[in-house]
Design a protein around this ligand. Structure first.
Ligand SMILES: [Zn+2]
Length: 148
């Protein structure tokens, strides 16, 4: 199979597998379990971003560039996500509507909230794949270690 297609299938399968748990749920999820699962998901995302993106970015540089460039990118990523969150009308399951006033349906606003989350994740996957395909990159070994 094409390595790019294989690389694209991994996050797709992970998302599909995670989403499949909805079929095993009955009615409402207990609050405690929901909190634990949200914490678990955030831990996985933070760990994946540190070990698979931030540390490889730091290992590519030398001296101050090893820290300054990834830090600028990290802060730009925070700002980008905050901007998208601020300018996009959406709704959070907990916390209610955010962004500018809109006549969009609740479903459309929920879809936009999911998109706000998935857009940066998709960008991260794209950057990781591009890095893995670069011949002189250190990413292939590190990337494969964390994703396979
Ligand atoms: Zn929001």
């Amino acid at each position: 199979m094409n390595p790019v297609l294989t690389a694209l299938m991994i996050p797709f399968l992970g998302t599909a597998l995670g989403s499949a748990f909805v079929f095993f749920m009955k009615k409402d999820m207990p609050d405690l379990l929901q909190k634990v699962l949200l914490g678990f998901a955030s831990g996985v995302m933070v760990a994946a971003s540190v070990w698979s993106l931030l540390i490889p970015a730091m290992e590519m540089g030398t001296g101050n560039q090893a820290v300054v460039s990834p830090t600028i990118g990290l802060l730009a990523g925070f700002a980008f996500l905050l901007l998208i969150d601020y300018i996009t009308p959406h709704i959070h399951p907990v916390g209610g509507p955010e962004g500018p006033e809109s006549r969009l349906s609740r479903t459309a606003k929920l879809a936009l909230a999911v998109t706000i989350h998935n857009f940066p994740e998709g960008m991260a996957v794209g950057v990781a794949i591009a890095g893995a395909l670069t011949a002189d990159s250190i990413w292939p070994e590190r990337w494969l270690c964390h994703w396979v």
